[in-house]
Design a protein around this ligand. Structure first.
Ligand SMILES: [Zn+2]
Length: 571
């Protein structure tokens, strides 16, 4: 039999109990045709020797913001600025660059006040730099932004009768003038000036972003909010994914979570929607699972609270150094109960963004209530982030089969800030690892890109060592996962959490031929983050091949890693 592709001389980690290891894998029509002895007598269009490189299931990023990141790839990167003077200098340079584009926005990403001693830019200084040009700088948390007076004027903030929207705030200084900081849902005021983005622009963002995903070994991702709210970019966002797919510009498989705001009241026969005849959904009754292997719909994304970094995540006890601040829910509990119930009974699994333990309480209660009334959905219900969870919160989540999507990649760059905000008594509750696994909770690996980067190998190492930038072991070494568990969070468990385990997450005959080729085994590496992604394969096609060989690639055969792709073909 002639296959499309055979990978040989590989150390294949399948994560399947009945065949945990193999050295060759065959691919036909985008799916795994077999391993080792099953390939006897088979030839292939293309046979590639991997020279002992490790093959694992393609990585699945269970929660990220691809379009947001992709659009930001053209914005000023503020991450490197240390001290506000450096930040102002970057903005001055951008204003000069935009000289012949009157009215063009100054956009920036990656702002984190910790790089400026906790300080935020001074709006008067920003106004001096930008003049009448609107300015929009995104905080790394996504939960607040920095603006100038021109932006706030466009947004109507200076008009009489202006009031902060529900679940957000335009912060003001002692003199009553805005500081330029807009929190949470108030960011929608600015988004409204930009939205909706043209589909073509989103397509380009997806192309740029997923090309980079491929370089990280990522073959699938879940987009955590499209279509509505301050996280959506267009009410017709699905079209951008389909267009990108047809044009060969989507380099990883996408599962899309509609934002709750993009659903609307729908009515059907009185017997439908669990005998209520009504709920919240999309036209034509399209629900989660609709689509194909490349673009499909996932759960509904619901924002319940803010971020730890902004001390806006809803916690039960005050943040340290913030008297009488326990963060806040973005809407009333009653509103969440009613709207989530309506979406759930219309057929939607739910992904509730809950970072603080108070938000997790409400999220757990809502999901359990929906499951009791209407049964389990065909996709798991999820709690996104699960940032600070009390010990008593784990058992109910496990018993209800709720999957969680925390971010190991936060531990390094943000762990010290988190620990300072919640104090030593609660530090062990932060971005838990082992205690979740031991409680029986399904843990899906995810980046929350662009809040953290999407270097999967580094995130897996963080799951194992939990080391912060300042050398703290967040929550103690006992919270660390084993290397195999860390690998499963980004493969097997992420597939289960996204309801796609029948298609991916482990390597077995009939599943999608999605692989990451690594310079060594993550199960044996001293430091997983020292490994390199050598190649990425989606549906049997290479989406990435590392050409800048270096030490890792030189141990691999020249055939695959030579600059000319044709040379990789071994017939
Ligand atoms: Zn997110």
């Amino acid at each position: 039999m002639k296959l499309d592709l055979i990978l040989r001389e590989a150390e294949i980690i399948t994560l399947e109990a009945d065949r945990p290891r193999a050295t060759s894998v065959g691919v036909l029509a985008g799916r795994i045709a077999g391993f080792d002895e099953e390939l006897e007598g088979c030839t292939a269009e293309r046979e590639v020797s991997l020279g002992g490189a490790t093959v694992v299931p393609g990585f699945i990023d269970a929660h990220c913001h691809t379009t947001w990141w992709g659009l930001g790839l053209g914005a000023v990167e503020l991450e490197q600025a240390r001290g506000l003077e450096e930040l102002y200098a970057l903005l001055e340079a951008e204003v000069r660059r935009l000289e012949d584009q009157p009215g063009a926005w100054v956009n920036g990403t990656g702002f984190n006040h910790k790089h400026h001693g906790g300080a935020f830019p001074d709006i008067r200084r920003l106004d001096e730099i930008t003049g009448d040009r609107p300015l929009y700088l995104r905080h790394v948390s996504g939960h607040l932004s920095i603006t100038n007076s021109a932006t706030l004027r466009l947004a109507g903030v200076f008009e009489s009768g202006f009031a902060d929207p529900t679940g957000g705030a335009v912060l003001r200084g002692a003199d009553g003038y805005p500081t330029g900081v807009v929190e949470e849902s108030a960011q929608q005021l600015i988004q409204n000036l930009l939205l909706p983005y043209p589909v073509e622009r989103i397509v380009e963002a997806l192309d740029a972003a997923t090309t980079r995903y491929a370089a990280e070994g990522i073959t699938s991702f879940t987009e955590a909010g499209i279509g509505g709210g301050w996280i959506g970019h267009s009410p017709v966002e699905v079209q951008a994914y389909l267009t990108a797919k047809r044009a060969g510009k989507l380099h990883a498989r996408a599962q899309l979570m509609p934002a709750l705001d993009s659903l609307r009241p729908i009515e059907a026969n009185a017997a439908d929607m669990h005998g209520t005849g009504s709920g919240r959904g999309l036209d034509l009754g399209v629900v989660a699972g609709f689509g194909d292997e490349w673009v499909s719909l996932g759960p509904v994304k619901v924002f319940m609270d803010g971020s730890l970094l902004g001390a806006t995540a809803a916690v039960t006890e005050d943040y340290c150094g913030h008297q009488h601040n326990t963060g806040y829910l973005l809407d009333s509990p009653e509103a969440y109960r009613e709207r989530v119930d309506a979406a759930y009974r219309a057929g939607w699994p739910i992904a509730l963004h809950a970072i603080g333990d108070a938000a997790i309480d409400l999220a757990t209660e809502i999901i359990i209530g929906c499951q009791e009334r209407y049964g389990r959905n065909h996709l798991p219900n999820r709690i996104e982030h699960f940032g600070i969870a009390r010990p008593d919160q784990l058992a109910p989540v496990a018993a209800a089969g709720i999957a969680v999507a925390p971010q190991a990649a936060f531990i390094g760059p943000l762990g010290d800030q988190f620990a300072a905000l919640v104090g030593p008594e609660r530090e062990g509750w932060l971005y838990r690892g082992r205690s979740l696994v031991e409680a029986g909770i399904l843990v899906a690996g995810s980046s929350d890109l662009p809040v953290a980067d999407n270097n999967v190998l580094r995130a897996m190492q963080s799951w194992v060592d939990r080391r912060t930038e300042q050398g703290k072991i967040l929550g103690g070494a006992a919270e660390g996962l084993t290397a195999e568990e860390a690998l499963r969070t980004y493969t097997d468990w992420a597939a289960q959490a996204t309801g796609t385990a029948d298609q991916k997450g482990t390597l077995r005959r009939g599943k999608l031929a999605d692989f990451a080729v690594l310079s060594g085994s993550p199960l044996e590496a001293d430091d997983i983050s020292d490994l390199e992604v050598l190649a990425t394969i989606v549906g049997g096609e290479f989406s990435f091949v590392r050409l800048d060989s270096g030490a890792a690639a030189s141990s691999a055969p020249e055939s695959l890693f030579a600059p000319e792709p044709d040379a990789a073909v071994v017939r």
